[in-house]
Design a protein around this ligand. Structure first.
Ligand SMILES: CC(C)(COP(=O)(O)OP(=O)(O)OC[C@H]1O[C@@H](n2cnc3c(N)ncnc32)[C@H](O)[C@@H]1OP(=O)(O)O)[C@@H](O)C(=O)NCCC(=O)NCCS
Length: 188
């Protein structure tokens, strides 16, 4: 009994991604360039807006980032407010953004990830998503999900590498989920 209550206390000690002590760190991409991964801070707001203004093609991922300047500005503001945000930086410039909606629920989190076009296909998305997966596990989350266009093969490949699997009906939009529940051993 004592051991069980100790476990419970230990597990519930981590409430926010910063308490996980996984970020910040520097990763090396497939070209051998260093990329810093860290949590988003309020002072990163202009930099994240610039990344999405430069992002091409706009609307690539399920209409995101929104092509219209005003709508995009509001969308960025909404995401950085409602989600917990992580960024990837190369020479202090934001080149990637990932977010989880952990404030709404810890049971099934929506996940977003966007990399600037000059930095795609170098393993940064995979590394970033594996890090977010580790953080979600430490937070005790059960599941992470994404919506992806079925034509977005690079994103689908990357999500599969991280462990996401398709769920729901087949269509132009697909949902993929990552199950983080510990596998329970079958009783003999
Ligand atoms: C989707 C995204 C986050 C992936 O990150 P990334 O750093 O480009 O991906 P990685 O390099 O880590 O991995 C991509 C995988 O797809 C493969 N790949 C690369 N280019 C590809 C292409 N054009 N078509 C299909 N697969 C491709 C790579 O070989 C790699 O697989 P591997 O690890 O088995 O070699 C990034 O490309 C991106 O921001 N895209 C635009 C926004 C988006 O689609 N977001 C996802 C929806 S929320």
């Amino acid at each position: 009994m004592t051991i069980l209550s100790y476990r419970k206390t230990k597990r519930s000690r981590i409430y926010t991604p910063s308490e996980c002590e996984i970020l910040p760190y520097v990763m090396r991409d497939r070209l051998g360039l260093d990329v810093e991964m860290r949590e988003y801070r309020i002072e990163d707001h202009p930099g994240i807006r610039t990344m999405y203004d430069d992002f091409e093609p706009k609307g690539l991922a399920m209409g995101l980032p929104p092509p219209d300047d005003g709508v995009r500005k509001r969308w960025v503001d909404d995401v950085v407010t409602a989600f917990y945000n992580f960024i990837a930086l190369r020479e202090r410039k934001i080149i990637g953004h990932a977010a989880i909606d952990v404030f709404r629920t810890k049971a099934s989190l929506e996940y977003l990830i966007f990399l600037h076009q000059d930095f795609r296909g170098r393993g940064i998305g995979t590394e970033f998503s594996l890090t977010v997966k580790k953080i979600c596990k430490k937070l005790g989350c059960r599941q992470v999900w994404v919506t992806v266009s079925s034509a977005n093969t690079r994103a689908i490949n990357m999500f599969k590498t991280v462990g996401f699997k398709f769920r729901g009906p087949i269509g132009v939009e697909r949902e993929m989920e990552l199950n983080l529940r510990r596998k329970t051993r079958k009783k003999k």
